[in-house]
Design a binder for this molecule. Structure first.
Ligand code: PMP
Ligand code: GLU
Length: 397
């Protein structure tokens, strides 16, 4: 009998990856699809990083790596946290994994018990609530909207906290909204966490280098709660290395030890070659991410301008990452004569089938009135995509 575990049955498929697959399938059938669904830089991994990987192969880094990662990579991350974020983390507090996704999984499985509550501000990145489910915890979602630039208020946070609250997940710069919490906003959140000594905070900082408004503010900067904050980061976004699969956590030593125990039984150390490549990336002077950021900012400006000219797309100005998250409920109830758009899923399918532009419906991020564009694509593709969308939505009456 084909029967998966209840744990798996309860898990939703990753909608970002599913939408990207749909777009690949359509392309394979010969359709000219513009894929703005999955969030990954369209830049190439820099040559100095590729060369470090080639050297690692020639130097026979072909054996199992230590479970938490090679010492030189852990030291490079520790030095980066000091240099770029002014944070003191010993190499023993860092665990390298197969992408930030695994780092998040490790932390949730190591800290969350059955029925523990995890506060997740929405719009949230697709995998948070599913990973909480996998850990048998319960997501407590705080809703935010475009008027507030998708940021939670202190009142909302205080109201969401119960005696069962184990954790808060923050993501700044945010996927899917591009919002960034200011220093003062983070201070205010830290004051709430200070009052609740049993609450941990995952601070997902994977988009730290893609910030159009200033210097990255890490949530781990507050001494009084430092031991309860877990930084998640990696090389996927900052160094255009999504396929290399290297992420990391930085946390209190006992949490790192727990992750090492779990990872030792599940995946062992991450790829030896990719770790050597990541060491070169993290030790570099920051000019590569800075170059990409400039490119993304130009595209952000283009997208804000282009979408604000299409009736029905209510857009704010994202401050970082490479996503724009317009509100599109204007189209609900409208029809092209064949399909009636009832929700963001219908709208995303309509745009995929009619305009051949792949996007991810807001429902995937707990925000069903919205749709996500990943503008990590060429200027020409973005222009073409916006023109196609403008034309397609004219059919909706
Ligand atoms: N967190 C966020 C907010 C992300 O957007 C991503 C992108 N996939 C990840 C974590 C996971 O990144 P990685 O590629 O390192 O697994
Ligand atoms: N984080 C990216 C996204 O949101 C990559 C896909 C994924 O890992 O879900 O599209």
């Amino acid at each position: 009998m084909e029967k998966v575990s209840a744990r798996l049955a309860a898990l939703a498929e990753s909608q970002t990856l599913a939408m990207s697959q749909k777009s690949k399938d359509l392309k394979a059938q010969g359709h000219n699809v513009i894929d703005l669904s999955v969030g990954e830089p369209d830049f190439h991994t820099p040559d100095f990083v590729k060369n470090a990987a080639k050297k690692a192969i020639d130097d026979n880094f072909s054996f199992y790596s230590p479970v938490p990662g090679y010492r030189d990579l852990l030291e490079a991350i520790s030095a980066k946290l000091k240099r770029e974020n002014n944070l003191d983390y010993a190499p023993e507090q860092i665990v390298v994994s197969n992408g930030a996704k695994q780092s998040l999984t490790n932390i949730l499985l190591c800290l969350v018990d059955k029925d523990d509550e995890v506060i997740v501000p929405a719009p949230y990145w697709v995998s948070y609530v599913e990973l909480v489910k996998l850990a048998e915890g319960k997501s407590v979602v705080i809703e935010t909207n475009i008027k507030d630039n998708f940021k939670i208020t202190i009142k909302q946070l205080e109201e969401a906290i119960t005696p069962k609250t184990k954790m808060l997940i923050l993501c700044s710069p945010s996927n899917p909204t591009g919002s960034i919490y200011t220093h003062d906003e983070l201070v205010a959140i830290s004051k709430v966490i200070e009052k609740h000594p049993n609450i941990f905070v995952i601070s997902d900082e994977i988009y730290e280098h893609i910030n159009f408004v200033g210097k990255h503010e890490s949530f781990a900067q507050f001494e009084s709660i430092r031991d309860r904050v877990i930084i998640i980061n990696g090389v996927s976004k900052g160094y255009a290395m999504t396929g290399w699969r290297i992420g990391y956590s930085a946390s209190a030593k006992w949490i790192a030890k727990a992750c090492i125990k779990l990872q030792g039984q599940t995946t062992s150390g991450a790829s030896s070659i990719a770790q050597k490549a990541s060491t070169a990336a993290i030790n570099s002077d920051g000019s590569y991410p800075a170059e990409m950021r400039k490119g993304f900012e130009k595209r952000r400006n283009f997208m804000v301008d282009a979408l604000s000219k299409i009736k029905g797309f209510n857009t704010n100005v994202p401050q970082g990452a490479f996503y724009i998250f317009p509100e599109i409920s204007y189209f609900f109830g409208k029809s092209d004569g064949k399909t009636t758009i009832k929700n963001s899923d219908d709208f995303a399918m309509f745009l995929l089938n009619t305009a051949h532009v792949a996007l991810v419906p807001g429902s995937a991020f707990g925000a069903p009135d919205y749709i996500r564009f990943s503008y990590a694509a060429s200027d020409a593709q973005l222009k073409d995509a916006c023109e196609r969308i403008a034309k397609a939505v004219e059919l909706l009456k």
